[in-house]
Write a new protein. Structure first.
Length: 561
């Protein structure tokens, strides 16, 4: 049988590995007469399908050295191999090879180069090449080329430019199809420009381009993300009226949004509709329903969905367990939560960091400090490494439980273990120290931050200022406020309210009015608790004129805002 005949019968497609391809290539170059250029093209095409791009390039160079004829198709295959290997610069050298051989590059050549440029995030060069193709009429752009350019611009976050190219496409011979419109509509929605996306959908329909399920789902998701649930549901109904069948993802977008809005009954009805249309609920569907029920405190209903999920063959995952465990903790159903946590490993699942964080947070919330510590130790025995959130939960829980020394030991261990430290971890401990009146330790820990190459943030300063004010150390608190601004942390509303409250409690009304004036000048207002304290003091102090002046300033400020 001739070699070309063997290729036509699918011989090249049956090659399983690159060594088989190389052996066949070596056999082909020794044949006389040589196999046709079609045979070599098919062989290179098989190499690219195997994603062996460097091998394709190597074979091409060997073909050139062996003076084997090279076609336009082979050049495009090699150019694609370079671009797929993120070496678009070498791809342009192949473009030069086209002209050198007297072969004209075609639309596929330029499309591949543009795709390569976008892949390497060379957006302006990709745009420039596209404009050059159009202005110099190097080839006739086709649907695929426009799709590559518009998709590349959208992925790069340049949606406005993508819309402009969509307009250019609309003025040409090749009109935008549903895929191109969907790409732009999805990008507009992700950028929060949902109204523009809706207008584009209307324009698309007006031009006779039928939207598909992807188009409508993107827009429904966009509307849900900005809280326009009624409009999303209307679009869903309109989609069905147009004969566009919603898929599982479409239903899930709406089910999730309805559950988050507390409309679980509507979500259930939608799932029934989903099943009637032949779409099978998946794990995402059930997790959304479980979370919706938990948010409403309907734990029996949530557990029913959880059990239905297992019976239906979908099977709960770590997220399902995490959602329901969190729901139980929030309703103080500790035994149920811990039973579910212990069940995970018996179901063939391995609890992940998210579940451990949920359990730890829940246990600390209900005051089960000892059990939380056991879970934390068990987590490490199970080789699940704590993350930033885990450490914050542990530190906060220990401080809240009055185990401040254990929290200090933990932060020391975190540092010894080489875990990356964050100032927010220390903020938690500083807050705990202040609340139990250990200001000397607080000062020492604050001063040590610079040695750990950590910069105090606004929350750090506010925590210490609050602690100092609670102990009546107003002068030191004010000094900290000055130091805060000297170190580049501008005082915020919390800073001013804490200091003003401290000054009011100590009866230092003249200082209080000075801070209120500065606060109002910076655009901040009194917190309701500060204003309530101010009114109580005003009544207790026989309508003190200084307090009256502070109240007047605050009222004027609130009217201006």
């Amino acid at each position: 049988m001739a070699l070309s005949g063997r290729f036509k019968s699918g011989f090249a497609n049956n090659l399983d590995n690159i060594e088989d391809v190389k052996n066949l290539y070596n056999h082909m170059v020794r044949m006389r007469p040589l196999p046709s250029v079609i045979d070599f093209t098919q062989l290179l095409g098989r190499v690219v399908k195997m994603k062996q791009y460097s091998a394709a390039v190597s074979l091409f160079h060997d073909m050139c050295l062996s003076r084997i004829p090279v076609s336009e198709c082979i050049l495009n295959i090699v150019l694609n191999s370079y671009c797929s290997s993120s070496r678009v610069d070498f791809g342009f050298s192949i473009l030069g090879g086209f002209f050198k051989r007297g072969v004209l590059p075609n639309v596929s050549t330029f499309s591949t180069l543009m795709k390569g440029l976008f892949r390497e995030n060379r957006i302006s060069q990709a745009q420039g090449l596209f404009k050059k193709v159009i202005y110099e009429k190097l080839c006739e752009p086709d649907e695929k080329m426009y799709g590559i350019v518009i998709d590349g611009l959208c992925k790069a976050g340049n949606t406005r430019m993508a819309v402009e190219f969509l307009r250019v496409m609309g003025r040409g011979r090749i009109k935008p199809n549903a895929v191109v419109y969907s790409t732009v509509i999805d990008s507009l929605c992700k950028d929060g420009m949902v109204e523009e996306a809706v207008s584009l959908l209307r324009e698309m329909i007006g031009k006779g381009v039928r939207p598909d399920v992807v188009t409508c789902t993107c827009l429904i998701k966009g509307l849900c993300n900005i809280g326009k649930l009624d409009e999303a549901r209307s679009l869903f109904n309109e989609m069905v009226d147009l004969g566009i069948a919603p898929n599982v993802f479409t239903f899930n977008v709406l089910v999730d949004a309805l559950c988050k809005e507390g409309k679980v009954k509507d979500a259930e009805d939608l799932v029934d509709n989903m099943i009637q249309r032949g779409q099978i609920p998946d794990r995402f569907t059930y997790n959304a329903l479980i979370e919706g029920c938990c948010l409403q405190g309907r734990l029996n209903k949530a557990k029913k969905f959880f059990d239905t999920m297992a019976i239906s063959g979908v099977g709960p995952d770590n997220l399902s367990y995490s959602i329901l465990i969190n729901g139980y903790f929030r309703k103080m159903k500790i035994d149920e939560a811990m039973h579910l946590f212990q069940e995970i490993s018996h179901k063939g699942l391995t609890p992940d960091i998210s579940i451990y964080n949920t359990v730890l947070q829940g246990l600390f919330r209900v005051g089960r400090y000892v059990t939380a510590r056991e879970v934390f130790l068990g987590m490490q025995s199970a080789t699940v490494n704590p993350d930033f959130h885990t450490y914050c939960v542990m530190l906060h829980g220990l401080c809240k439980s009055g185990q401040i020394d254990e929290a200090l030991e933990l932060i020391s261990k975190i540092e010894t273990d080489g875990v990356e430290l964050h100032v927010s971890m220390y903020n938690i401990i500083l807050d705990g120290l202040c609340k139990c009146g250990r200001l000397d330790t607080t000062r020492g820990l604050f001063n040590s931050l610079s040695l750990r190459r950590l910069n105090p943030d606004v929350a750090t300063y506010n925590t210490i200022i609050t602690g100092l004010c609670q102990e009546g150390l107003l002068d030191e608190a004010k000094e900290f406020a000055v130091k805060m601004e000297e170190n580049g942390c501008l005082a915020d509303r919390i800073t001013y309210n804490v200091i003003v409250q401290g000054l009011l409690i100590k009866g230092e009304y003249d200082d209080a009015i000075m801070y209120v004036e500065e606060m109002v000048g910076r655009g901040f207002s009194l917190h309701s608790s500060t204003f309530s304290m101010l009114l109580d003091l005003f009544q207790e102090n026989d309508n003190n004129p200084v307090l009256a002046k502070i109240i007047q300033k605050c009222n004027l400020s609130s009217k201006r805002s």
